[in-house]
Design a protein. Structure first.
Length: 116
């Protein structure tokens, strides 16, 4: 298991930007596939974005395509989620996840609120 600590959440207005960070405590960070998920009140956790361990491929859920960008910095053991043009429907707790060898680790989550 990898310890993951998210940060960067907050309350912003519609159209604003936020950058979430997720710091991992592992010397093997570069070998992990990384992802962001989110869970809105009363809803199931859903996939948001992922980046491969090579860093050469990423994918997004349709609702954030073109607004969010996932990227990582292996030297800092950190994966980021740049979120632009935030909308009220983006309000959720955001979790990062790290996968390797069939095992997934989760962070504790960070709240993002975009009031309507």
């Amino acid at each position: 298991q990898v310890q993951l600590v998210e940060s960067g959440g907050g309350s912003v207005q519609t159209g604003d930007s936020l950058r979430l960070s997720c710091a991992a405590s592992t010397p093997f960070f570069s070998s992990y596939n990384l992802a962001w998920f989110r869970q809105a009140p009363g809803k199931e956790r859903e996939f948001v974005a992922a980046v491969s361990w090579r860093g050469d491929g990423s994918k997004y859920t349709d609702s954030v395509q073109g607004r969010f960008t996932i990227f990582k910095n292996n030297a800092k053991n950190t994966v980021y989620l740049q979120m632009n043009s935030l909308q009220p429907e983006d309000t959720a707790v955001y979790y990062c996840a790290a996968d390797r060898g069939g095992t997934r680790s989760w962070g504790q989550g960070t709240q993002v609120t975009v009031p309507s």
